[in-house]
Design a binder for this molecule. Sequence first.
Ligand SMILES: NC(=O)c1ccc[n+]([C@@H]2O[C@H](COP(=O)([O-])OP(=O)(O)OC[C@H]3O[C@@H](n4cnc5c(N)ncnc54)[C@H](OP(=O)(O)O)[C@@H]3O)[C@@H](O)[C@H]2O)c1
Length: 338
Amino acid sequence: MKAIALTRYLPITNPESLVDVELPKPEASGRDLLVRVEAISVNPVDTKVRSPKDKVEPAPKVLGWDAAGVVETVGADVTLFKPGDAVYYAGEIGRPGSNAQFQLVDERLVGRKPRTLDYAQAAALPLTTITAYEAMFERLGISVDGADRGKSLLIIGAAGGVGSIALQLARLAGLTVIGTVGRAETREWTASLGLELSIDHGQPLPEQLSALGHAEVDYVLNLNNTDRYWDVIAEVLKPRGKVCSIVENSGPLNQAPYKTKNLTHAWEHMFVRGVFKTADMIEIHHLLNRVADWIDQGTLKPTLTDRLAPINAAKLREAHMQLETGRTIGKLALIGWS
Ligand SMILES: NC(=O)c1ccc[n+]([C@@H]2O[C@H](COP(=O)([O-])OP(=O)(O)OC[C@H]3O[C@@H](n4cnc5c(N)ncnc54)[C@H](OP(=O)(O)O)[C@@H]3O)[C@@H](O)[C@H]2O)c1
Protein backbone atom coordinates (compact mmCIF):
# COMPACT_ATOMS: atom_id res chain seq x y z
CA MET A 1 0.00 0.00 0.00
CA LYS A 2 1.01 3.63 -0.46
CA ALA A 3 1.96 5.59 2.64
CA ILE A 4 3.77 8.79 3.62
CA ALA A 5 6.44 8.34 6.23
CA LEU A 6 9.63 9.63 7.82
CA THR A 7 12.80 8.05 9.10
CA ARG A 8 14.55 11.31 9.97
CA TYR A 9 13.14 14.40 11.69
CA LEU A 10 13.87 17.32 9.36
CA PRO A 11 12.60 20.84 8.67
CA ILE A 12 9.52 20.69 6.43
CA THR A 13 11.35 22.58 3.67
CA ASN A 14 13.57 19.47 3.25
CA PRO A 15 11.97 17.09 0.68
CA GLU A 16 13.18 14.15 2.83
CA SER A 17 11.09 15.31 5.84
CA LEU A 18 8.07 13.32 4.57
CA VAL A 19 8.48 10.80 1.76
CA ASP A 20 6.30 8.46 -0.32
CA VAL A 21 6.83 4.79 0.62
CA GLU A 22 5.31 1.37 -0.12
CA LEU A 23 4.43 -0.66 2.99
CA PRO A 24 2.76 -4.04 3.52
CA LYS A 25 -1.03 -3.84 3.93
CA PRO A 26 -1.81 -4.62 7.60
CA GLU A 27 -4.29 -7.31 8.75
CA ALA A 28 -7.08 -6.75 11.25
CA SER A 29 -7.36 -8.84 14.44
CA GLY A 30 -9.12 -8.50 17.81
CA ARG A 31 -11.17 -5.28 18.01
CA ASP A 32 -9.30 -3.62 15.12
CA LEU A 33 -10.86 -2.41 11.89
CA LEU A 34 -8.76 -2.24 8.75
CA VAL A 35 -9.89 1.03 7.14
CA ARG A 36 -9.34 2.06 3.52
CA VAL A 37 -8.40 5.70 4.03
CA GLU A 38 -10.13 8.09 1.60
CA ALA A 39 -9.14 11.43 3.19
CA ILE A 40 -6.87 12.66 5.97
CA SER A 41 -6.49 15.88 7.91
CA VAL A 42 -3.52 17.50 9.62
CA ASN A 43 -3.17 18.89 13.14
CA PRO A 44 -0.43 20.67 15.08
CA VAL A 45 0.35 17.31 16.75
CA ASP A 46 1.68 16.10 13.36
CA THR A 47 4.13 18.98 13.09
CA LYS A 48 5.10 18.67 16.77
CA VAL A 49 5.87 14.93 16.42
CA ARG A 50 7.72 15.59 13.13
CA SER A 51 9.74 18.52 14.53
CA PRO A 52 13.50 18.41 13.78
CA LYS A 53 15.65 16.28 16.13
CA ASP A 54 18.62 13.88 15.86
CA LYS A 55 16.59 10.69 16.31
CA VAL A 56 16.50 8.21 13.36
CA GLU A 57 13.68 5.66 12.97
CA PRO A 58 14.79 2.09 12.12
CA ALA A 59 11.70 1.68 9.87
CA PRO A 60 9.43 4.21 8.09
CA LYS A 61 7.16 5.88 10.65
CA VAL A 62 3.68 6.88 9.51
CA LEU A 63 2.13 9.93 11.18
CA GLY A 64 -1.42 11.29 10.91
CA TRP A 65 -4.28 11.35 13.40
CA ASP A 66 -7.44 12.22 11.46
CA ALA A 67 -9.06 10.15 8.75
CA ALA A 68 -12.27 9.18 7.02
CA GLY A 69 -12.67 6.06 4.96
CA VAL A 70 -14.41 2.72 4.50
CA VAL A 71 -14.07 -0.41 6.65
CA GLU A 72 -12.26 -3.02 4.52
CA THR A 73 -12.06 -5.95 6.97
CA VAL A 74 -12.68 -6.47 10.68
CA GLY A 75 -10.94 -8.39 13.50
CA ALA A 76 -12.64 -11.42 15.07
CA ASP A 77 -13.89 -9.50 18.14
CA VAL A 78 -15.38 -6.48 16.31
CA THR A 79 -19.06 -5.83 17.07
CA LEU A 80 -19.64 -2.15 16.19
CA PHE A 81 -18.85 -2.09 12.43
CA LYS A 82 -18.84 -4.29 9.33
CA PRO A 83 -16.98 -4.14 5.99
CA GLY A 84 -18.33 -1.35 3.78
CA ASP A 85 -19.22 1.02 6.66
CA ALA A 86 -18.07 4.63 6.17
CA VAL A 87 -16.21 5.83 9.28
CA TYR A 88 -14.20 8.72 10.73
CA TYR A 89 -11.68 8.70 13.58
CA ALA A 90 -8.48 10.19 15.04
CA GLY A 91 -6.95 6.91 16.21
CA GLU A 92 -4.09 6.38 18.65
CA ILE A 93 -0.89 8.38 18.99
CA GLY A 94 1.25 5.27 19.63
CA ARG A 95 0.17 3.33 16.52
CA PRO A 96 0.94 3.80 12.80
CA GLY A 97 -1.11 6.81 11.68
CA SER A 98 -3.61 7.67 8.98
CA ASN A 99 -1.16 8.87 6.30
CA ALA A 100 -1.52 5.50 4.56
CA GLN A 101 -3.97 3.82 2.18
CA PHE A 102 -4.95 1.32 4.88
CA GLN A 103 -4.89 1.73 8.67
CA LEU A 104 -5.70 -0.40 11.69
CA VAL A 105 -7.77 1.29 14.38
CA ASP A 106 -9.59 0.02 17.47
CA GLU A 107 -13.34 0.13 16.77
CA ARG A 108 -13.99 1.87 20.12
CA LEU A 109 -12.16 4.96 18.82
CA VAL A 110 -14.20 5.12 15.60
CA GLY A 111 -17.52 6.77 14.72
CA ARG A 112 -19.84 6.45 11.76
CA LYS A 113 -18.99 9.08 9.14
CA PRO A 114 -21.56 11.92 8.97
CA ARG A 115 -23.75 11.05 5.96
CA THR A 116 -24.03 14.65 4.79
CA LEU A 117 -20.27 15.24 4.59
CA ASP A 118 -17.80 14.13 1.96
CA TYR A 119 -14.66 12.29 3.08
CA ALA A 120 -12.48 15.41 3.29
CA GLN A 121 -15.01 17.28 5.44
CA ALA A 122 -15.40 14.21 7.68
CA ALA A 123 -11.63 13.67 8.06
CA ALA A 124 -11.28 17.26 9.28
CA LEU A 125 -13.42 16.66 12.36
CA PRO A 126 -12.42 13.81 14.70
CA LEU A 127 -9.28 14.99 16.55
CA THR A 128 -10.51 18.54 17.13
CA THR A 129 -14.02 17.39 18.02
CA ILE A 130 -12.84 14.85 20.59
CA THR A 131 -10.61 17.54 22.10
CA ALA A 132 -13.30 20.21 22.31
CA TYR A 133 -16.00 17.82 23.51
CA GLU A 134 -13.88 16.22 26.24
CA ALA A 135 -12.44 19.57 27.36
CA MET A 136 -15.81 21.24 27.83
CA PHE A 137 -18.24 18.46 28.69
CA GLU A 138 -15.90 16.19 30.66
CA ARG A 139 -12.93 18.15 31.99
CA LEU A 140 -14.83 21.41 32.71
CA GLY A 141 -18.01 19.49 33.59
CA ILE A 142 -20.26 21.74 31.47
CA SER A 143 -23.64 20.13 30.81
CA VAL A 144 -24.02 19.13 27.17
CA ASP A 145 -27.80 19.08 27.68
CA GLY A 146 -28.26 22.76 28.47
CA ALA A 147 -28.27 22.68 32.32
CA ASP A 148 -25.55 25.38 32.22
CA ARG A 149 -27.47 27.54 29.74
CA GLY A 150 -26.53 31.22 30.01
CA LYS A 151 -23.15 30.66 31.69
CA SER A 152 -20.24 32.38 29.95
CA LEU A 153 -17.26 30.76 28.22
CA LEU A 154 -14.19 32.51 26.84
CA ILE A 155 -12.45 30.55 24.05
CA ILE A 156 -8.87 31.69 23.48
CA GLY A 157 -8.03 30.96 19.83
CA ALA A 158 -11.55 30.50 18.43
CA ALA A 159 -10.74 30.29 14.71
CA GLY A 160 -8.33 27.35 14.62
CA GLY A 161 -9.24 23.69 14.18
CA VAL A 162 -10.27 23.10 17.80
CA GLY A 163 -11.84 26.55 18.25
CA SER A 164 -14.04 26.19 15.16
CA ILE A 165 -15.82 23.13 16.54
CA ALA A 166 -15.58 24.16 20.22
CA LEU A 167 -17.50 27.38 19.69
CA GLN A 168 -20.30 25.48 17.96
CA LEU A 169 -20.51 22.79 20.66
CA ALA A 170 -20.56 25.48 23.38
CA ARG A 171 -23.41 27.32 21.67
CA LEU A 172 -25.27 24.02 21.32
CA ALA A 173 -24.99 23.61 25.11
CA GLY A 174 -26.55 27.05 25.55
CA LEU A 175 -23.45 28.91 26.75
CA THR A 176 -22.76 32.58 26.04
CA VAL A 177 -19.55 32.28 24.03
CA ILE A 178 -16.88 34.91 23.62
CA GLY A 179 -14.05 33.94 21.28
CA THR A 180 -10.68 35.54 20.63
CA VAL A 181 -9.50 36.18 17.07
CA GLY A 182 -6.50 38.02 15.65
CA ARG A 183 -7.62 39.16 12.22
CA ALA A 184 -10.60 40.29 10.16
CA GLU A 185 -10.61 36.94 8.26
CA THR A 186 -10.80 34.87 11.44
CA ARG A 187 -13.47 37.19 12.90
CA GLU A 188 -15.51 36.62 9.74
CA TRP A 189 -14.95 32.83 9.82
CA THR A 190 -15.99 32.45 13.46
CA ALA A 191 -19.05 34.67 12.88
CA SER A 192 -20.05 32.35 10.00
CA LEU A 193 -20.01 29.48 12.52
CA GLY A 194 -22.32 31.39 14.86
CA LEU A 195 -19.92 33.24 17.17
CA GLU A 196 -21.65 36.46 18.22
CA LEU A 197 -19.07 37.94 20.61
CA SER A 198 -15.43 38.18 19.62
CA ILE A 199 -12.42 40.05 20.97
CA ASP A 200 -8.90 40.55 19.64
CA HIS A 201 -6.10 38.45 21.17
CA GLY A 202 -3.62 41.08 19.92
CA GLN A 203 -5.04 43.50 22.52
CA PRO A 204 -5.42 43.15 26.31
CA LEU A 205 -8.38 40.83 27.02
CA PRO A 206 -9.83 42.21 30.33
CA GLU A 207 -10.74 45.64 28.91
CA GLN A 208 -12.42 44.09 25.87
CA LEU A 209 -14.39 41.65 28.02
CA SER A 210 -15.57 44.52 30.26
CA ALA A 211 -16.66 46.48 27.19
CA LEU A 212 -18.82 43.49 26.18
CA GLY A 213 -20.39 43.38 29.66
CA HIS A 214 -18.55 40.16 30.62
CA ALA A 215 -15.76 41.45 32.87
CA GLU A 216 -15.64 37.98 34.45
CA VAL A 217 -16.56 34.63 32.88
CA ASP A 218 -17.58 31.24 34.28
CA TYR A 219 -15.30 29.17 32.07
CA VAL A 220 -12.22 29.54 29.86
CA LEU A 221 -11.11 27.12 27.16
CA ASN A 222 -7.49 27.96 26.37
CA LEU A 223 -6.51 26.63 22.95
CA ASN A 224 -3.28 28.60 22.62
CA ASN A 225 -0.10 29.31 24.60
CA THR A 226 -0.75 28.23 28.21
CA ASP A 227 2.20 30.17 29.67
CA ARG A 228 1.22 33.41 27.93
CA TYR A 229 -2.45 33.34 28.93
CA TRP A 230 -2.11 31.81 32.44
CA ASP A 231 -2.22 35.02 34.49
CA VAL A 232 -4.88 36.82 32.46
CA ILE A 233 -7.15 33.77 32.68
CA ALA A 234 -7.05 33.99 36.48
CA GLU A 235 -7.87 37.68 36.18
CA VAL A 236 -10.96 37.22 34.00
CA LEU A 237 -12.42 34.10 35.66
CA LYS A 238 -15.16 34.51 38.28
CA PRO A 239 -14.30 33.23 41.76
CA ARG A 240 -14.65 29.39 41.57
CA GLY A 241 -14.41 29.56 37.79
CA LYS A 242 -12.87 26.79 35.71
CA VAL A 243 -10.33 26.70 32.89
CA CYS A 244 -9.16 23.88 30.64
CA SER A 245 -5.87 24.10 28.74
CA ILE A 246 -4.84 21.86 25.85
CA VAL A 247 -1.30 23.10 25.15
CA GLU A 248 1.58 21.94 27.38
CA ASN A 249 3.27 24.71 29.39
CA SER A 250 6.98 25.38 28.98
CA GLY A 251 7.68 27.21 32.24
CA PRO A 252 6.41 27.18 35.84
CA LEU A 253 2.79 28.33 36.30
CA ASN A 254 2.01 30.60 39.24
CA GLN A 255 -0.71 28.92 41.31
CA ALA A 256 -1.25 31.83 43.73
CA PRO A 257 -3.99 33.73 41.83
CA TYR A 258 -5.74 30.41 41.20
CA LYS A 259 -5.79 29.64 44.91
CA THR A 260 -6.95 33.16 45.82
CA LYS A 261 -10.08 32.77 43.67
CA ASN A 262 -10.65 29.00 44.22
CA LEU A 263 -10.17 28.40 40.51
CA THR A 264 -9.99 24.95 38.92
CA HIS A 265 -7.49 24.24 36.18
CA ALA A 266 -7.92 21.08 34.10
CA TRP A 267 -5.80 19.57 31.33
CA GLU A 268 -7.19 17.95 28.21
CA HIS A 269 -5.21 15.38 26.23
CA MET A 270 -7.48 13.77 23.66
CA PHE A 271 -5.37 10.63 23.17
CA VAL A 272 -5.68 9.53 26.82
CA ARG A 273 -8.47 6.97 26.38
CA GLY A 274 -6.61 5.16 23.59
CA VAL A 275 -3.14 5.40 25.16
CA PHE A 276 -4.24 4.08 28.57
CA LYS A 277 -6.98 1.77 27.23
CA THR A 278 -9.35 3.21 29.82
CA ALA A 279 -12.41 1.16 30.70
CA ASP A 280 -14.62 3.83 29.07
CA MET A 281 -12.64 3.95 25.80
CA ILE A 282 -15.89 3.34 23.89
CA GLU A 283 -17.04 6.86 24.88
CA ILE A 284 -15.02 8.10 21.87
CA HIS A 285 -17.22 5.95 19.62
CA HIS A 286 -20.38 7.38 21.24
CA LEU A 287 -19.04 10.96 21.10
CA LEU A 288 -18.18 10.74 17.38
CA ASN A 289 -21.58 9.18 16.59
CA ARG A 290 -23.39 11.93 18.55
CA VAL A 291 -21.47 14.59 16.63
CA ALA A 292 -22.22 12.83 13.32
CA ASP A 293 -25.94 13.07 14.20
CA TRP A 294 -25.64 16.78 14.99
CA ILE A 295 -23.81 17.37 11.70
CA ASP A 296 -26.43 15.44 9.73
CA GLN A 297 -29.24 17.38 11.47
CA GLY A 298 -27.52 20.64 10.47
CA THR A 299 -26.93 21.59 14.13
CA LEU A 300 -23.15 21.71 13.61
CA LYS A 301 -21.33 22.98 10.53
CA PRO A 302 -18.23 21.35 9.03
CA THR A 303 -14.97 23.13 9.81
CA LEU A 304 -13.02 22.35 6.62
CA THR A 305 -11.75 25.47 4.84
CA ASP A 306 -9.13 24.09 2.45
CA ARG A 307 -8.51 20.80 0.64
CA LEU A 308 -5.39 19.49 -1.11
CA ALA A 309 -5.21 16.61 -3.59
CA PRO A 310 -3.94 14.00 -4.09
CA ILE A 311 -2.63 12.49 -0.86
CA ASN A 312 1.13 12.27 -1.34
CA ALA A 313 4.31 13.43 0.39
CA ALA A 314 4.57 16.70 -1.56
CA LYS A 315 1.00 17.74 -0.70
CA LEU A 316 1.41 16.64 2.91
CA ARG A 317 4.58 18.73 3.25
CA GLU A 318 2.56 21.66 1.88
CA ALA A 319 -0.11 21.03 4.53
CA HIS A 320 2.50 20.86 7.34
CA MET A 321 4.03 24.12 6.08
CA GLN A 322 0.66 25.85 6.26
CA LEU A 323 0.05 24.52 9.77
CA GLU A 324 3.46 25.65 10.97
CA THR A 325 2.47 29.27 10.27
CA GLY A 326 0.05 28.98 13.24
CA ARG A 327 -2.44 30.99 11.21
CA THR A 328 -4.64 28.39 9.51
CA ILE A 329 -8.36 29.01 9.67
CA GLY A 330 -10.57 26.03 10.50
CA LYS A 331 -9.17 22.81 9.04
CA LEU A 332 -7.19 21.55 6.08
CA ALA A 333 -7.67 18.08 4.55
CA LEU A 334 -6.10 15.94 1.81
CA ILE A 335 -8.23 13.67 -0.35
CA GLY A 336 -7.68 10.85 -2.84
CA TRP A 337 -4.58 8.75 -3.56
CA SER A 338 -2.78 9.44 -6.84
N1 LIG B 1 -4.17 18.44 24.26
C1 LIG B 1 -4.81 18.00 23.19
O1 LIG B 1 -5.43 16.95 23.22
C2 LIG B 1 -4.80 18.85 21.94
C3 LIG B 1 -5.68 18.54 20.91
C4 LIG B 1 -5.71 19.37 19.79
C5 LIG B 1 -4.84 20.43 19.69
N2 LIG B 1 -3.96 20.67 20.70
C6 LIG B 1 -3.06 21.82 20.63
O2 LIG B 1 -3.87 22.98 20.69
C7 LIG B 1 -3.34 24.01 19.88
C8 LIG B 1 -4.43 24.49 18.93
O3 LIG B 1 -4.78 23.46 18.05
P1 LIG B 1 -5.56 23.79 16.70
O4 LIG B 1 -5.71 22.54 15.94
O5 LIG B 1 -6.78 24.58 17.01
O6 LIG B 1 -4.48 24.75 16.00
P2 LIG B 1 -4.57 25.63 14.72
O7 LIG B 1 -5.76 25.27 13.90
O8 LIG B 1 -3.25 25.59 14.06
O9 LIG B 1 -4.77 27.11 15.32
C9 LIG B 1 -4.62 28.17 14.47
C10 LIG B 1 -5.28 29.38 15.09
O10 LIG B 1 -4.52 29.86 16.20
C11 LIG B 1 -4.86 31.21 16.37
N3 LIG B 1 -3.84 31.97 17.08
C12 LIG B 1 -2.66 32.41 16.59
N4 LIG B 1 -2.01 33.16 17.52
C13 LIG B 1 -2.82 33.18 18.62
C14 LIG B 1 -2.74 33.79 19.89
N5 LIG B 1 -1.67 34.53 20.26
N6 LIG B 1 -3.74 33.62 20.75
C15 LIG B 1 -4.83 32.90 20.42
N7 LIG B 1 -4.97 32.29 19.24
C16 LIG B 1 -3.98 32.44 18.33
C17 LIG B 1 -5.01 31.75 14.95
O11 LIG B 1 -6.06 32.69 14.96
P3 LIG B 1 -5.82 34.17 14.37
O12 LIG B 1 -5.35 33.97 12.97
O13 LIG B 1 -7.17 34.76 14.49
O14 LIG B 1 -4.77 34.82 15.23
C18 LIG B 1 -5.35 30.52 14.11
O15 LIG B 1 -6.64 30.56 13.54
C19 LIG B 1 -2.09 23.42 19.21
O16 LIG B 1 -0.96 23.77 19.97
C20 LIG B 1 -2.33 21.93 19.31
O17 LIG B 1 -1.14 21.16 19.31
C21 LIG B 1 -3.92 19.91 21.82
